[in-house]
Write a protein that binds this ligand. Structure first.
Ligand code: PFF
Length: 455
């Protein structure tokens, strides 16, 4: 495709909402609360905020400028900016990470549809805690049901991708993101006034540093990369569709603020509600599928209509957040195949959807029917999560920061930050400092520490 024929987003608002749509997802509403719960609450959140500001923001700006300057997908961008070098592998690792994350993420995204159906058909009503545990185990262990939802979810993502950048990604984000903001605010308002909610609020706001160790840092860093969609080129690919007049720094700030706000607001939905009915916050990945429906029933026990509305809204929220993220992962791989291998967009998308359904089946079954088969002590699902989130994304982030901080011509970096002289770009010296020194040292340190070399 000739460069001038590349699709573009149609408006600035569309760009911000699509990028925020990529960032805001199950990472905020499913992963952030359980990681916070497992790592002791407020102290984890503070370290997380440090990771967002010192690592996430500069790396997001880097991904934006690499994408917009190269005008191509992440898998090809590094060959455009640093031809004939090995930097091309950064983009390719990103594409692979995209495949892996999309495959296991869609499994959980599929669960949100099952729970939405259960909420709509009022199946939570009258169930006890043990019923919820049993029903989640029987659902996730069922060989077929989760697979059907997985396929439905990936086909919905596929449908939007095939429609293209402006008519598919941008239009759907513009409809779904405002709905998501409204839903989340309503749910927070419900949750924080529940009796006993204060304990949950305290858990989110009062740090206990005695629980902080290397694992907490790795967890917070991995979560920051995952939540901000960094390290695998989603935002790099989106930025290749940005207009020349888009202020990259401002866009990155907006996306980081929206994403962080939503993660913390999700905490304000989940923890006050959980503490209000005396449920511990460290239930892990099943938190929002076992604990929450139970919480909804107990918290609104005398008010079945409210329990019904709250549950339906929550799972709608989750499904909407998930699909705006899966389209951004799908786009990374689809754009790569389309542009690098001369496939039509439709064929590329067919291929990606087909492969992800295939891999997703293994991830899904590994939580039920094939549970006893593990690799390095992990199920396929956990292995995909560990390798992609805790290794590939931070590694991608590390390489992006070294690339922009050290290898890329500074005229390009400054030019993209200032839109070639039209913006002030006063962030530039700080950005370079963070990318050159802070991000590489911090990421390497957390990595080395956690992989056991310093123990
Ligand atoms: N940021 C998404 C979330 O928080 O759910 C997940 C994600 C999307 C990760 C896109 C990576 C990515 F490239």
């Amino acid at each position: 495709m000739a460069k001038t024929d590349r699709p573009n987003f149609g408006s600035k608002l569309g760009i911000i909402l699509a990028s925020a749509g990529s960032a805001v997802g199950l990472g905020n509403i499913w992963r952030f609360p359980y990681e916070t719960g497992n790592h002791g609450g407020a102290a984890f959140i503070l370290i997380y905020l440090g990771c967002v500001i010192l690592l996430g923001l500069p790396i997001m700006i880097s991904e934006f400028l690499i994408g917009r300057r190269s005008q191509t997908n992440t898998g090809g961008a590094y060959s455009v900016l640093a031809p004939g070098t090995q930097w091309k592998w950064v983009g390719r690792i990103g594409v692979l990470a995209g495949f892996l994350i999309l495959s296991y993420y869609s499994v959980v995204a599929g669960w949100t549809l099952e729970y939405l159906l259960q909420a709509v058909t009022n199946s939570f009503a009258g169930k006890s805690t043990n019923d919820f545990i049993a029903s989640f185990q029987s659902f996730s262990g069922n060989p077929w049901r989760p697979l059907v939802w997985l396929v439905i979810f990936l086909l919905a993502t596929h449908f939007i991708i095939v429609k293209g950048v402006e008519k598919g990604i941008e239009k759907s984000s513009k409809m779904m993101m405002p709905a998501l903001f409204i839903l989340i605010l309503i749910l927070v308002a419900y949750s924080v006034v529940l009796p006993g909610a204060e304990k949950g609020i305290e858990f989110l706001l009062k740090p206990d540093f005695s629980k902080v160790n290397g694992e907490v840092f790795l967890g917070a860093m991995g979560q920051a990369f995952f939540s901000l969609s960094l390290g695998m080129g989603s935002l790099c690919t989106y930025a290749s569709y940005f207009g020349k007049n888009m202020n990259l720094t401002k866009t990155a700030f907006s996306v980081c603020i929206i994403d962080t706000m939503i993660a913390i607001l999700a905490g304000f939905i989940i923890f006050p509600a959980a503490f209000s009915v005396g449920i511990q916050p460290d239930a892990g990945p099943s938190l929002i599928f076992i604990t929450l429906p139970n919480v909804f029933q107990q918290a609104f026990s005398g008010m079945p209509a409210l329990a019904f509305v709250f549950s339906v809204m929550f799972y709608v929220l989750l499904a909407v957040a998930a699909i705006t993220s899966t389209i951004s992962m799908h786009e990374v791989v689809t754009a790569y195949l389309h542009e690098q291998f001369n496939m039509t967009r439709k064929r590329a998308a067919n291929f990606v959807t087909g492969c992800c359904i295939f891999l997703g089946i293994f991830c899904s079954l590994s939580l039920g029917a094939t549970k006893e088969y593990t690799l390095f002590g992990m199920s396929t699902f956990d292995l995909f999560d560990f390798v992609s989130t805790k290794i590939m994304l931070p590694l991608g982030g590390l390489l992006v920061s070294i690339f922009t901080g050290w290898a890329l011509d500074k005229k390009i970096v400054k030019g993209e930050i200032t839109n070639y002289g039209t913006l002030k770009g006063s962030i530039y010296p700080y950005l370079i400092f963070l990318l050159k020194y802070i991000a590489p040292v911090a990421i390497s340190f957390i990595f080395i520490n956690e992989l056991g070399f310093l123990k």
